[in-house]
Design a protein around this ligand. Structure first.
Ligand SMILES: Cc1cc2nc3c(=O)[nH]c(=O)nc-3n(C[C@H](O)[C@H](O)[C@H](O)COP(=O)(O)OP(=O)(O)OC[C@H]3O[C@@H](n4cnc5c(N)ncnc54)[C@H](O)[C@@H]3O)c2cc1C
Length: 501
């Protein structure tokens, strides 16, 4: 490998294989953040195309756009985006249940003790409103309102997170324009051969015979995993025994009359769950299901029967497996996106994983030769992300009393990973959430799903017993009212979108 610009003066030659969301986000990220360290060439095949789904995101995407200096309004206009305050889950814990998993916190800590402990104490006595009333994000979502969060993260009436819901087929082209304007070179063609020496890829060959050499290869070839999976044969870690959904059928439909929801909806179905993602120009829908529990025809019929507008295309089927490559970075190949693994979109985590990989790559970008310490640091960061998301997703299936289909009977009674079993035991006994300092799904997210799916702990932090009950109830009541009043003054989501235009 050549030295970086700060070494002998030569830049690292990066070759990105694939031009879907992962490929163009990575190319743009490297061109924007490391312009002095590398040159970026991206190879993609229009004939193969992109997966074209992936419409619901997490708030971290805002940071990606901000770091690259991308204007939010321009991005939202180009991708027909709406705002997203969280995900509404229906029928998961029990048929008829619903809750919103918001971005952001509940209430505010008191004397260093998380808010939910006080809430648990008084909720047992039936003295306080549902926990969602203490989240500005949930309250705004319920009222279909949106405005940007306030500047004070400690003010529970104005602090919440938000993300976007966008047209997946428009995001990669948007990032492509941005990246090409910053020097990324795009080559159209189908890769037919990969040249390697042990675990080092030297070049890829296209169907027209041309050969593209590189120092560092980023595999963004989607489920094909051309470099990491096919060429380097990195082992696959299969998680389908915990996450048995292996198919999806997707169809867009016309937007119904009425307000545009600032949230994604996930509704449990007999063999999985369905998504509903409201965009500006249409609604995205899909049914993620386990082929062992429903046929393709059954899934498509169930999806079409539940649309709330006319279907705008034929149903499209996708196949996948839950799991990941044992390492995302092997030799001089770094896999980003679906080429590195797949976790179903129940919590909209895939584009976040793309972003996490870009961040880790920039932090561990090779200076000259690939150093084991960089590769291992990158892999450790990505492993932790995958493992945590995996446990969080399994919780949505396992924390249920549903016994109305073979699918729900399986996930309710299956053995879960020890890491999740430990988290559940801790929560059930003491209302405590296992802590980690970085990564996705911190305390409020676990609280949302535990409570939303009916896992109410028997205890809480004993320090929450200190305040006198009457005074605590008054304080909690006035906080819920303050959040309600503040949210009622926010514009409707549709008005906020119109203002953007
Ligand atoms: C059903 C479903 C729903 C999803 N929903 C969400 C969601 O709501 N939120 C979310 O964050 N994520 C979601 N995802 C995941 C999300 O779609 C992906 O993470 C994202 O689109 C990135 O895909 P990718 O770029 O890795 O792969 P792809 O889009 O498949 O891109 C692969 C690229 O590689 C190129 N390529 C492949 N082989 C060759 C070759 N031989 N030669 C040249 N080029 C080649 C292709 O042309 C293409 O450009 C969902 C995924 C599925 C399956």
């Amino acid at each position: 490998m050549t030295e970086r610009a700060n070494g002998t003066g030569e830049k690292v030659r990066v070759v990105v294989v694939g031009g879907g969301t992962a490929g163009w986000m990575t190319a743009a990220g490297l061109a924007g953040l490391l312009p002095a360290a590398c040159t970026v060439t991206l190879v993609e095949s229009e004939a193969i195309g992109i997966v074209g789904v992936g419409e619901a995101t997490l708030p971290h995407l805002r940071l990606y756009l901000e770091r690259l200096g991308i204007d939010e309004a321009a991005f939202m206009a180009a991708t027909e985006a709406t705002y997203k305050l969280g995900i509404e889950f229906r029928d998961f814990g029990r048929v008829g249940d619903r809750y919103i998993h918001p971005f952001g916190t509940y209430g505010r800590p008191l004397s260093g003790v998380a808010f939910h402990h006080y809430w648990l104490r008084r909720a047992q006595a039936g003295a306080v409103p549902p926990i969602g009333a203490f989240s500005a994000g949930v309250t705004a979502a319920e009222q279909r309102r949106f405005e940007r969060p306030g500047a004070d993260p400690n003010d529970p009436t104005t602090s919440f997170g938000y993300a976007y819901q966008f047209d997946a087929t428009r995001f990669a082209p948007f990032m492509r324009d941005w990246a090409e304007a910053r020097g990324v070179k795009r080559i159209e063609g189908r890769i037919v051969a990969v040249e390697r020496e042990r675990d080092t890829v030297r070049a890829v060959t296209l169907d027209d015979g041309s050969r593209i050499e590189g120092d560092l290869f980023i595999d963004c070839s989607g489920f094909r995993s051309l470099l990491l999976g096919d060429a380097l044969d990195e082992p696959w870690e299969d998680w389908s025994h915990w996450l048995p959904c292996d198919r999806a059928v997707a169809v867009p439909c016309a937007s119904p009359d009425g307000p545009t929801e600032p949230f994604t909806r996930a509704t449990a179905m007999p063999a999985g769950w369905r998504w509903r993602i409201p965009l500006r120009h249409r609604v995205g829908n899909g049914y993620v299901y386990a082929s062992g529990h429903a046929s393709d025809d059954e899934a498509a019929a169930a999806l079409l029967a539940g649309l709330d507008g006319a279907a705008l295309a034929e149903p499209r089927f996708l196949r996948f497996r839950a799991g990941r490559r044992r390492r995302s970075w092997a030799g001089n190949v770094v896999a980003v996106g679906l080429a590195s693994g797949f976790l179903e979109p129940l919590e909209s985590t895939s584009i976040y994983l793309v972003q996490a990989a870009i961040t880790a790559l920039v932090e561990h970008f090779p200076d000259g030769r690939v150093a084991a310490v960089d590769r291992d640091g990158f892999n450790a960061a990505i492993d932790a992300e995958y493992d945590r998301i995996r446990d969080f997703l399994i919780l949505h299936y396992h924390a249920t009393t549903r016994d109305d289909s073979s699918f729900w009977n399986h996930v309710r009674t299956m053995t879960i990973p020890d890491t999740l079993a430990d988290k559940l035991a801790l929560w059930r006994g003491s209302g405590q959430v296992s802590k980690y300092s970085h990564g996705l799904f911190l305390e409020p997210s676990w609280v949302a799903v535990y409570l939303g799916q009916g896992i109410v702990p028997t205890g809480w932090d004993p320090r929450a017993d200190v305040p006198e009950a009457g005074g605590l109830d008054r304080a909690l009541g006035s906080l819920a009212r303050a959040i309600g009043d503040r949210v009622a003054a926010m514009p409707l989501h549709d008005a906020a979108l119109a203002r953007l235009a």
